[in-house]
Design a protein. Structure first.
Length: 238
């Protein structure tokens, strides 16, 4: 029996062939992925499990990414769009994947990949944007290690799902302002009528009211229909 190890730019395979029957066994992809983020976000990333052979390590901050040399990918689930953090991420040699629902790659860095990792949204299908076709396939390989698939979307604020959920939340707050119903009744009606896991007010608390207002405010710069309800803004500021 002889062994050959084949290395591609992003994938390691090992082939073993029997001298008599020439049978071939393909082994797993080995990747080193470093993740920064809060415990809840980490749990969501890992909830579908991890492929055997994937080396997942957890950093304690963006700055500590620099302590993990030679990573294939760096996932920042707690990304903040500021110059210092971006400068650190640009020093990394592997793929840089950031949780950025509102700010686009054209505003941050064209070489990064942005994903929707709002609380509750990092499921088996991950919304993402990338400006390079070559990098897209590499990113898909990264998320395959977490048993997740990528849904590629244009590099626009809010992706798709956050826009839809934010609008539902906004309409619920408008209804509450008008005295149409109570929070509990609106939540229950939404869950019964749509089979959503949460009602709009439950979604708002889970995602973070400030995140909802920030996205709606950004979107309302182009379309007035996204203007956040006064009560929603009030609660975000309280």
């Amino acid at each position: 029996m002889y062994k050959t190890r084949i290395k591609t730019n992003f994938t390691n395979y090992r082939l073993e062939s029997g001298a008599c029957n020439f049978s071939t066994t393909y082994y797993k992809i080995d990747m080193r992925i470093i993740v920064n983020g809060a415990e809840k976000a980490r749990q969501e990333l890992l909830q579908e499990g991890v492929k055997q052979g994937a080396d997942i390590q957890f950093a304690t901050s963006v700055e500590s990414f620099l302590e993990y040399k030679g990573g294939d990918a760096y996932i920042d689930l707690s990304f903040k769009n500021d110059e210092k953090e971006i400068a650190i991420l640009k020093e990394l040699e592997g793929l840089v994947i950031i949780n950025s629902v509102i700010d686009t790659l054209s505003e941050i860095d064209a070489s990064f990949i942005r994903i929707n990792a709002w609380p509750g949204f990092l499921g088996s299908i991950v919304e993402a944007s990338c400006l390079s076709e070559e990098v897209k396939r590499k990113t898909e390989l990264v998320f395959e290690q977490f048993n997740k698939k990528i849904e590629w979307l244009p590099d626009e604020p809010g992706f798709v799902t956050p826009r839809v959920i934010s609008m539902i939340i906004n309409e619920a707050y408008i209804a509450l302002e008008k005295g149409v119903s109570t929070r509990a009744e609106i939540d229950e009606a939404m869950k019964l009528g749509t089979a959503y896991p949460f009602g709009p007010f439950e979604w708002a608390l889970n995602i973070g009211i400030a995140n909802i207002v920030a996205l709606l405010s950004r979107l309302s710069n182009e379309k007035s229909q996204y203007k956040p309800a006064a009560l929603l803004v009030q609660e975000a500021l309280s």
